[in-house]
Structure formats: C-alpha cells, structure tokens
Design a protein around this ligand. Structure first.
Ligand SMILES: Nc1nc2c(ncn2[C@@H]2O[C@H](COP(=O)(O)OP(=O)(O)OP(=O)(O)O)[C@@H](O)[C@H]2O)c(=O)[nH]1
Ligand SMILES: [Mg+2]
Length: 265
C-alpha cells in the first residue's frame, strides 16, 4: 500500500530473469567483450535496497527493408510465435517486454517499423529517443544487407551521435546451408564492424539465437543506462529520480504521446 493506493505489479516471468551477463554472438563484431556485469553497475544494483528503483524502460527501434523478418523476430521473442504468411506492418507497432536484470526490474519498449517505402514517413517519427537501434536484414538476400547502412543513417538523424547501441541482425538462417551462411556472415561482420554495431545471426522460424540476442540487447541497454546515470550523478548520489530521468521511453502508454507527433506527415 502506497499513498493510500494498492500497488500491483506482476512478477517478471522466470524466463526473463537475466542473472549472468549475456554473451556476444561473435567477438569479431560485438559491443562489449567482457563476460560479467560492470562492477559499478553490479554495485548500483546491490545498493537498490534503500530506495525503490521502480520500473525502468528503454526504447528499442527495429528497422530494415520490407520482408526481412522484423515482425517475425519480435513475435518469436515476445510471443514465441512464428507466422509463415507475410503481413506487412503498416506504420509502426510496439511490444513491451519486462525483464529482471541483476535483480533489478527493467523493460524494453520494442518498436516494430514498416520497411515499405510508403510508410517510412510515419515510421521515422518513432526513431527519436532510441537507446537501441536494431537493423535487420535477410541473410538470404544480400541486397538487404547492403541497405543496412542507409537504415542506420536514417535512424541516427533522429538521435544524438553515440547515444544508441546498434545491433545488426541477420534473419532466416534456417534458409541457408552452413557454408553459404558463413560466407554471408563474414560480409555482415565487416559491415557491423564498420557501423560499430554488434552482429547476430538468427532464425525466427526455428528460434535459433533469438532469445540470446534479445537478452544481450536488454543487458547492454540496461548497463548503458545505469552507467550514464552514475556518470551524471556520481555513484553515491544515484537514486530513484536519476533512473526515472534517464528513461528514453515513457511509463504511460507510449502510443498516446507518440501519436501526437504523427501530425508531421
Ligand atoms: N524461413 C524463414 N522465414 C522467415 C523468417 N523470418 C521471417 N520469415 C518470413 O519472411 C516474411 C516476412 O516476414 P516479416 O516479419 O513480416 O517481415 P517484415 O520485415 O516485418 O516486413 P515489413 O513489415 O513489410 O517491413 C514472412 O513470410 C515470414 O514468415 C525466418 O527466420 N525464417
Ligand atoms: Mg513487419
């Protein structure tokens, strides 16, 4: 009971509890090559006891050509579903996924955008305030990899340089033979290194690497948030308000505030 109101918060599902720091897919294109939480982050998490950190949320924006598998990737992770039939995303959609990281509750607000050119104007209004940008390409369609650089440029026009963690994700690995997959991955790793992005190779159909990839997204975004807050306020001053300030998303229904911005199109 707080301020006369009951506070209900369902516990985070057990398969969203991240204790150990998640590992990269390849050390040749990864944003962090350590295998443990940053010591300052670990300490900040431990010290949370005297004050309630509350729910913390970061914004993840998923971009890439049409038909590369953005929606399927999100649906595989968030709903454990795969749909063989293509239903183009119209404008944008979002999912909220709750985690517990190093004992602290934390959410990702995952924005799925349309790859079709005619919806770009709508989708691009949602790029702002992204803490993570996921650029998706189809491992079986090399042109979609070539287009990823342009997607990054467009996503970054709405964000401060250096303010986002960038992931390059190749989907549909189930469609490729091992040798072919390795060849495409080599090109993708070069592209990711160029973009300073972390590379992952996944299949939404089989689910291969999907969970591992999103756990990594959550962990890196979470660590980044805590470190930024510590840098601003100093370790001894970190408190609930610091963490509320660094939210890139919002705890209210994000569709409500984002819809106001749609008037530009
Ligand atoms: N075999 C296979 N097919 C996939 C995979 N991921 C997606 N697909 C198929 O690829 C097609 C396009 O997937 P979507 O997720 O709808 O693509 P999208 O990137 O969201 O497309 P837009 O919303 O138009 O931008 C669908 O027919 C999916 O079933 C995968 O990992 N393996
Ligand atoms: Mg889609």
């Amino acid at each position: 009971m707080e301020n006369g109101k009951m506070q209900f918060s369902a516990p985070v599902s057990r398969d969203r509890v991240i204790g150990k720091f998640p590992k990269w897919y390849t050390s040749q294109a990864c944003l962090q090559n350590k295998d443990h939480w940053h010591v300052r982050v670990k300490n900040a998490c431990k010290e949370r006891a005297p004050w309630n950190l509350g729910m913390k949320m970061s914004k993840v924006v998923v971009v890439g050509d049409l038909y590369v598998g953005k929606t399927c990737l999100i649906n595989r992770f968030c709903k454990d579903l795969f749909d063989r039939d293509y239903k183009a995303t119209i404008g944008v959609d979002f999912e909220i996924e709750r985690f517990e990281l190093s004992g602290v509750p934390y959410s990702l607000q995952i924005w799925d955008t349309a790859g079709q050119e005619k919806f770009k104007c709508i989708a691009s209004t949602y790029y702002r305030g992204a803490q993570v940008i996921i650029i998706v390409f189809d491992l079986a369609d090399i042109r979609s990899l070539e287009h990823t650089r342009q997607w990054l440029i467009e996503a970054m026009t709405e964000n401060e340089p250096g303010s986002c963690c960038v992931f390059l994700i190749g989907t549909k690995r189930d469609l490729l033979a091992t040798a072919e997959c390795q060849r495409v991955e080599r090109d993708a790793i070069k592209m990711a290194a160029d973009m300073r992005a972390e590379f992952w190779s996944v299949s939404s159909k089989t689910g291969e690497n999907v969970r591992e990839c999103f756990f990594r997204v959550a962990a890196l975004a979470f660590e980044d948030s805590i470190l930024q807050a510590l840098q601003r306020g100093g370790a001894s001053h970190i408190g609930p308000n610091d963490l509320i300030k660094i939210d890139h998303g919002t705890t209210e229904d994000p569709r409500a505030s984002d819809l106001k911005r749609l008037t530009c199109c």
